[in-house]
Design a protein around this ligand. Sequence first.
Ligand code: GLN
Length: 189
Amino acid sequence: MNIGVLALQGGVIEHLNQIKALGHNPIEVKDPRHLENIEGLILPGGESTTIGKLLNVTGLMEPLRNKIKEGLPVLGTCAGMILLAKNIENDNRKYISLMNIKVKRNAFGTQIDSFRTKKQIKAISDKPLELVFIRAPYVTEIGDGVQVLCEVDNNIVGVGEKNMLAISFHPELTSNLEFLRYFIKEYIK
Ligand code: GLN
C-alpha cells in the first residue's frame, strides 16, 4: 500500500526506509497532489514551528487537515504529535490542531536531555522496545475519545484518537518495526 511521509523538514528518510522494509510503497508528501493516493500518512519529527510554517507555504495545511478529518490514518512522531495537538502549552500557534490533547514542547528538557529507554507496550509487543526521545514533547492533558498507549515516568508519550496515533519518540531511529506494523494493522487496515 502507499504510505505517505510528510517531507518538508525533519527525519523523513528513516520513515521511508521502514515503510519499504515492511514491503509497502513510501510516498514523499511535499505538496497537496501527493495526498491523493495515500492510504496512511506519517508526520515525522523535526521542528514543529518550521514544519508548521512550511505546511502553510506549500498550501498543504488545509488539504492535509481535511484529509485527516475525513479519516486518513495518521501517525505523528514527536514534532508530528505537536502538529496534531489542539493545544500546545508553550506555543500559542495552532497547526493541524485535530487531536483532543494538550502537549508540552521540549517537555523532557533541551537537546542534552535527549535519552533512550526501554519499555514494554502491551498493545504493540510482548518484548520491551527501545524508545528514543529527542527534545520530545509529552501529553499533559487528554480529552474525550483519547486513549493512552504508553507512559514513561508517569508522563504520557503515546495516544490514539479515532484515525490518529501520536507518539513522543522516534521508532524510525531504532531497528524495530513494531510501531509501524501496529499503525498499519490497527489504523490503516
Ligand atoms: N522539539 C521539537 C519541537 O518542538 C520536536 C523534536 C523532535 O521532533 N524530535 O518541535
